[in-house]
Write a protein of this length. Sequence first.
Length: 107
Amino acid sequence: MATISQRIAKSLKEQLRRKGADEYHFEKLVDDYCSLAETKAKLQEDVEENGVTITECNTKGYEVHKTNPSVSEITRVSAAMLKILDTLGINADDNIKDGGGEDDFGL
């Protein structure tokens, strides 16, 4: 069974092929995208496990509550992923299949 990253890579590379843009440097961007997707998943796991805020000891030994750094990193990683998709010219409008199928709920 393919991993999520492998499925993403296959989908993005197929979209590049359909656009006639299946070049090495674009495929390397797909690899970067997949790496970022894995990083984002790990960051999300950290937030799920440890919460949005974490408790740490400051330099004086007092416990302090602060925002989990993974929260802001998720935003940065997501922005980088969107930038790669933009560079590749891949967007949802070009890839949404026409409605009318069994899964079409009219939403």
